[in-house]
Design a protein around this ligand. Structure first.
Ligand SMILES: [Zn+2]
Length: 297
């Protein structure tokens, strides 16, 4: 039994509006699962998948943000309610120890091993050491679970993924070593490496960057990457494995506005985990539900 947990930063679920790239770009692999692209009208239980629209706002005013949203996702706690605000970028200091101790990556260790599929190069760790970058929720959670951080060598060996799915940035930084990869093949690699673990986390924040207008990559390209990633994972899952995809807040689905949105976020599940994850109604419920999938009652 393996769970592939894909966190896609800043994607909400809404209708087929003209500024929603999920409505204007074909998603054949997602469509095969839920009968439509990643839109609100596809919500429901399908033959091979579950799509839910779940809350990321927690009745707290303002726009939902990554620091509290990702803490809620990975630690399974009502991070927004606990600090009574939406905190951007990085987890609230008061919740970082909880994130280390109680993350879904850490809790998975009771049932086997967990993995963090993203590759990090020396430049990333230098930036952390010199405080040019701060640790994201995922990095804090992985540290707390003592999960090995994958490297450029792992990426080259097909044992890791790049945060932008197709290796664009890693290729620029390491042109002599890293080649581009099709998003479908990245998905195949992800599902394969996940087979050695109970839980494998992969995160991409390309969607949030594009939603904020901070990337030169166009939204349609990003939609195609996500769709092909899903296609590669689903084609490689064994019958006992599940794919679980969710997000921390809306943003990308509303290209006419560079801010986050209060739209619900998608919870897309493929595989046996559908039976448990259908109970989830907000992003803080996902971690507990994943642990229940690891240990069926
Ligand atoms: Zn953002």
């Amino acid at each position: 039994m393996a769970i592939v947990f894909v966190f896609i930063d800043g994607i909400g679920l809404t209708d087929a509006r003209s500024d929603n790239p999920f409505a204007t770009t074909a998603m054949p692999f997602v469509q095969a699962l839920v009968g439509a692209p990643l839109l609100h009208n596809a919500v429901g239980r399908h033959r091979h998948a579950l799509l839910k629209a779940i809350d990321a706002c927690f009745s707290v005013p303002g726009l939902p943000q990554s620091g509290t949203g990702q803490t809620a996702l990975f630690a399974g706690i009502d991070a927004v309610g606990l600090v009574q605000r939406h905190q951007s970028h990085f987890p609230p200091t008061a919740l970082q120890q909880t994130l280390r101790d109680q993350s879904v990556l850490r809790r998975a260790l009771m049932h086997g091993s967990s993995a963090f599929a993203n590759a990090f190069d020396g430049g990333f760790w230098d930036a952390i050491a010199t405080r040019k970058l701060r640790k994201s929720a995922s990095v804090i959670a992985a540290e707390g679970a003592d999960v090995r951080f994958r490297t450029v060598d792992d990426l080259v060996a097909g044992q890791a993924l790049s945060w932008d799915i197709t290796n664009d940035v890693m290729q620029t930084r390491h042109p002599e070593r890293v080649a581009a990869i099709d998003a479908y093949d990245a998905g195949v690699n992800l599902a394969r490496l996940a087979q050695g673990h109970v839980l494998t986390l992969y995160e991409t924040f390309l969607t949030d960057l594009v939603g904020h207008g901070r990337s030169t990559i166009d939204a349609a390209t990003v939609v195609t990457r996500i769709d092909r990633l899903v296609g590669g994972v689903v084609a490689t899952l064994r019958p006992q494995d599940s794919l679980v995809i969710s997000s921390d807040h809306g943003n990308f689905e509303c290209q006419s506005d560079p801010s986050h949105t209060r739209n619900p976020v998608p919870l897309l599940v493929v595989g046996p985990a559908c039976d448990t994850l259908h109970e989830v109604t907000d992003i803080s419920h996902i971690a507990d539900a994943l642990v229940r999938v690891m240990r069926p009652e």
